[in-house]
Design a protein around this ligand. Structure first.
Ligand SMILES: [Mn+2]
Length: 266
């Protein structure tokens, strides 16, 4: 008997897993609180989480076979080679298991662009990105950088339909650009990728984020929408901008429970 503990009590080889966890601790475009420890603290929160969900009468740890693949080793301060590593890793992952549901842990919101560029040709139809975020992230550039956590939507619009949920703080420039995205989730038959920026929540329940904004969602409101999203063809998900720096942090605990709820609803 091996009395050991990993992220999930039982882990499966990549080829057999239903769900894989992959961290991307890139936060070099972050303007606020560092988020590179997000994957670490979300994992600790998963270990501490009850698997059974009274609402759906499901134990998430029994329903799915999990594999934690660890973190992608990012190139500090250099996005292009980091994005190449993200693409290589995700390509290998889907070669090993085309049906797997990946859950990515950031990192700042730029990691979502790397993920999306890796999966854009995975389906024959255009993928809808459901973006839970306080911000629009639509700027053409920020501080002279084309690639930033506040510009990723501007890039992603070329290849994806973007649906934003919870946006409540944006610039004058984004006020003009926001016609290019849909506000609010409507049921769709298209494949869906979900990205959750932890600042979509009110700072009361998710304080450790890069750029907090007042008057955010509570967990109940979020779950009502997540339930709808989960009933579509979800092909992947990320949770980003988790700036936790200690065990049992509020934001990481919430992030772990988002993963649980998503998988229970699916
Ligand atoms: Mn964002």
């Amino acid at each position: 008997m091996l009395y050991t503990k990993k992220t999930f009590s039982f882990e499966y080889p990549v080829g057999e897993a239903d769900v894989v966890l992959l961290g991307i601790p890139w936060d070099f475009s972050q303007t606020g609180y560092p988020t590179r420890y997000g994957p670490f603290f979300i994992r600790e929160a998963i270990k501490n989480m009850i698997g059974f969900d009274p609402e759906t009468k499901t134990n998430v740890f029994e329903k799915y076979k999990f594999a934690d693949l660890g973190d992608i080793e990012v190139v500090p301060g250099n996005w292009k080679p980091t994005e190449e590593r993200i693409k290589d890793t995700i390509t290998s992952l889907f070669e090993a298991n085309p049906k797997v549901l990946p859950i990515f842990l950031g990192g700042d919101h730029l990691v979502t662009l790397g993920i999306l560029n890796s999966i854009k040709n995975l389906r024959n139809e255009k993928i809808t990105v459901v973006d839970f975020d306080a911000h629009r992230d639509m700027l053409p550039e920020f501080l002279g950088e084309r690639f930033s956590h506040v510009t990723w939507v501007n890039h992603a619009l070329k290849d994806f339909d973007i649906v934003q949920v919870g946006a409540r703080a944006w610039s004058g420039e984004e006020e003009k650009l926001k016609v290019n995205v849909t506000d609010g989730f409507q049921k769709t038959s298209k494949p869906v990728y979900v990205t959750v920026d932890m600042d979509v929540f009110d700072p009361k329940i998710s304080p450790e984020v890069g750029t907090p904004e007042p008057n955010g969602m509570d967990f109940g409101e979020f779950l009502n929408i997540l339930k709808e999203v989960a009933s579509s063809k979800v092909i992947g998900m990320d949770i980003v901008e988790c700036g936790s720096t200690e065990i049992n942090s509020t934001t990481a605990t919430l992030a772990a429970n988002i993963i649980k709820k998503m998988l229970c609803y699916k």
